[in-house]
Design a binder for this molecule. Structure first.
Ligand code: MOS
Length: 776
């Protein structure tokens, strides 16, 4: 193919949407050519061939390796530490600890919360005690083992249910409350319960889940005189830059953070780790680049978790399905240094279903364990575990189908937000109705109810629904697009691609607007030194935040292009359209100019289009919705649960890339299966307070054998044109919120046993089955 051939860059049959005049909003896309289609990732080859360079692959000349000594006890005081042997070992270049000047730096582990970078008082197993840099990772770890520490082991508490017991050791001097109880209230619950036909009350618990990104936490840090460059496995290069600059007291311009590829992040990589600072300090001290990646064990101990939730829910309902009151409470724990993730457990109780009288109480208690952290839809899967099991029980009590009960109680507005703003779009009704139909809900329920009571293998179906608190993203976001003189395009954005396909979705937006082929677009991203500002990729807001910005930048390119062509053709820009790399007069296609022949473009070499993200609509709220349905098989003798099939219906606004969309659905369900059936952090509360399952053998992640082959992704593909100019609302988190509850409901349908504590595994289910048999 010759470079003369415009089909090199332009898709022959891709119509380009009309270009609005400067200052006017574009019309929503109607028929799309790229958007909504299943498009393979633009970096698929790099990813699957091993060519992609992740931060953990970065290797620099003269690079040293860092390692961290961590407290082996949940609470201990370092009485003495001797690093002499370690310092004298072959290959060791630096040791830093509570007795070197670096200890005086502060660690802002959460908003308005600071701790010392190294503290001789360790408050959890895994707390940093010292760090070394050496020529090889082996020398670094040998040196760590050669540091002699005498700890005074102190009394600890590692169970939030015991954190307030009289005599429980105080984690921090001020006691074990992280903050006062958070109370939400509307209406009058006493009146609500009094007016109910049925009142049910139940306790629920979800266990603590540990962050398990495939790529471990870590970075490579390099100094160049006073400038610091960090290659970090992160969800957001700008937040990392800000924290590093804050701790090291440097200008933002002297901290460059690069995060091109990264191997997964579900909330624990929204911010820099302490290890990032330690790597930077070791690099400064040695004058050499330092690579510091945590081990899986350190990751489990120190980077964060979805905190356990101890919940109580009391609900009142009328016979016709009208909800009259919810009373909810949750005790969670942020560990010793809470870094987010303990709030929002009550959000679904507050907002998912119409209910006039609601009271929620959230408590957050310190324990001597690693920090809580945002974890894919913070709070929501826990809350759904309680609420969605309760909705099932309520439906049964009033003899109503669970889907019907939910359909009866769908709000069109956010009940607990100030001013009760209406949702821009609410696809929950469609999710429930279309999902139930596609799943064959009614027939499947009938079939499972007809299974003989004595059958060893019993089937059950269950469902649950949700919304996700964050929706629609929003500013700030800036993107720069450059059109080269041959018509090819460079996209420059700050957002990280967690592996979700962000780059691909943004390339599709450019392709849709300009008609260029997605795989010819050069993408520069996630580098504070060279790319535009972006917030961290999280909150399921990356697509709704960045894609409208990209579209705005592409439109600006088209406006400039039309202006240049119009000057040359001596017409008004509004009389021109763009098609297949050619600008032509709308009413006379014979009057045309190839884009690469526009002399104004040639003389400039490049056209720069800057896109900004406008605000979300005022007095309205954007939320994504989801409903999931599943079928399980329970072995009534062994307690084994086999998940047969899953269906997820999602209202996430416009489907951008159908392939990466489906990937999110499968990934979200897989994580939900982990919460429901396999995952839990186990701390030895009686003797040592240590984590006993800190590796992939003992911390049970769902494997392919635990995940059904049959997972159906069913989008309610309804562009939310009020939300933003791409109509997208966000998907990554809603797809994991209802999963665990749907499984618990299906297990109830199969067994008649309400499993209120996660994970439901053969041990816990067997125990419940045996107890149930005895009671019969
Ligand atoms: Mo997520 S908890 O928004 O990374």
């Amino acid at each position: 193919m010759s470079r003369e051939d415009e089909s090199l860059y332009y898709e022959a049959d891709a119509p380009v949407p009309e270009t609005p005049p400067p200052g006017k909003s574009p019309a929503p896309w109607k028929k799309t050519h790229f958007i909504g289609k299943p498009v393979t990732r633009v970096d698929a080859y790099e990813r699957v061939s091993g060519k992609a360079i992740y931060p953990s692959d970065v290797s620099l000349p003269r690079m040293l390796y860092g390692a961290i000594l961590r407290s082996p006890h949940p609470k201990a005081r370092v009485k003495t530490m001797d690093t002499t042997d370690a310092e004298n070992m072959k290959g060791v270049h630096a040791v830093i600890s509570a007795s070197t000047p670096e200890a005086d730096l502060y660690w802002p582990y959460a908003k308005d919360k600071k701790a010392k970078l190294f503290d001789s008082l360790c408050l959890y197993e895994g707390e940093t005690v010292a760090a070394v840099a050496a020529e090889t990772p082996y020398q670094a770890w040998d040196a760590i083992r050669a540091i002699k520490v005498h700890y005074e082991v102190l009394p600890f508490v590692v169970d939030e249910r015991k954190s307030l017991d009289p005599g429980a050791p105080a984690v921090h001097p001020e006691g074990n409350w992280v903050k006062p109880v958070e109370i939400y209230e509307r209406g009058d619950i006493a009146k609500g319960f009094a007016g109910a036909d049925v009142v049910l009350e139940q306790s629920y618990r979800t266990e603590c889940e540990l962050h398990t990104p495939m790529e471990l936490h870590g970075c490579v840090a390099q100094w160049d005189r006073h400038s610091l460059t960090i290659w970090e496995s992160t969800q957001g290069v700008y937040p990392v830059q800000a924290r590093v600059a804050e701790v090291l007291n440097m200008p933002l311009s002297k901290v460059r953070v690069i995060g091109h590829y990264m191997g997964g992040g579900f909330g624990s990589k929204l911010q820099a780790d302490k290890s990032t600072i330690i790597a930077a300090l070791l690099a400064k001290k040695t004058g050499r680049p330092v690579k510091l990646f945590l081990t899986r064990e350190e990751t489990y101990l120190a980077v964060g978790n979805r905190p356990p939730a101890n919940m109580k829910l009391k609900a009142g309902i009328k016979k016709d399905g009208t909800l009259t009151a919810f009373q909810f409470s949750c005790i969670a724990t942020g560990g010793a240094f809470p870094a987010g993730g303990t709030s929002l457990v009550d959000w679904l109780v507050r907002d998912l279903y119409l209910c006039p009288n609601v009271r929620c109480e959230l408590s957050d208690l310190y324990i001597n364990a690693g920090p809580s952290r945002p974890f894919r839809a913070p709070g929501h899967p826990q809350g759904a575990w309680a609420l969605e099991q309760m909705m099932d029980a309520l439906a049964e009590a009033i003899k109503m189908d669970p889907v019907e009960l939910r359909l009866k109680n769908i709000p069109s507005f956010s009940q607990s937000r100030e001013g009760k703003p209406p949702y821009t779009t609410t696809g929950l009704k469609d999710c429930l109705e279309q999902g139930a139909k596609a799943f064959g809900w009614t027939d499947a329920r009938k079939a499972t109810s007809e299974t003989p009571k004595k059958a060893r293998i019993r089937r059950g179906v269950g469902m649950a629904s949700c919304l996700w608190f964050v929706g629609g993203g929003g500013p700030p976001s800036t993107v720069i697009l450059r059109l080269f003189s041959d018509g090819s395009v460079n996209l420059n954005m700050g957002a990280s691609d967690l592996g979700t396909g962000t780059k691909t979705v943004m390339a599709l937006v450019v392709a849709e607007e300009l008609g260029v082929k997605p795989d010819t677009i050069q993408i520069e991203h996630a580098d504070t030194g060279t790319t535009q500002y972006a917030t961290a990729s999280g909150g399921s807001k990356t697509v709704p935040t960045e894609s409208p910005t990209v579209r705005a930048a592409a439109i600006e390119i088209k406006q400039q292009l039309l202006k240049l062509a119009a000057e040359e053709m001596n017409v008004d820009p509004s009389a021109l359209t763009i098609s297949r790399g050619v600008v032509m007069a709308t009413n006379d296609p014979s009057k045309k100019l190839k884009i690469k022949e526009i002399s104004g473009l040639k003389s400039r070499g490049v056209i720069v289009g800057i896109g900004y993200r406008g605000p979300n609509p005022k007095n309205k709220f954007v939320n994504p919705f989801c409903a999931q349905f599943c079928e399980v098989e329970v072995d009534m003798r062994t307690g084994e649960v086999k998940i047969i099939r899953f269906l997820s219906t999602n209202d996430s606004g416009r489907v951008m890339d159908r392939l990466t969309y489906n990937n999110q659905v499968v990934g979200g369900i897989t994580m939900g299966i982990g919460l429901a059936t396999t995952e839990m952090r186990i701390l030895d509360g009686n003797q040592t307070g240590k984590m006993v399952n800190r590796n992939w053998h003992d911390y049970k992640l769902p494997t392919t054998l635990d995940v059904p082959a049959l997972i159906t992704s069913m989008p309610i593909d309804r562009p939310d044109d009020e939300a933003n100019i791409t109509g997208s609302k966000g998907l990554g988190e809603p797809v994991t919120i209802p999963t665990a509850a749907a499984i618990a409901n299906a297990i109830y349908d199969a067994t008649g046993i309400r499993m209120t504590t996660s994970p439901i595994n053969p041990m816990t289910l067997c125990e419940a089955l045996v107890k149930d048999r005895k009671e019969v």
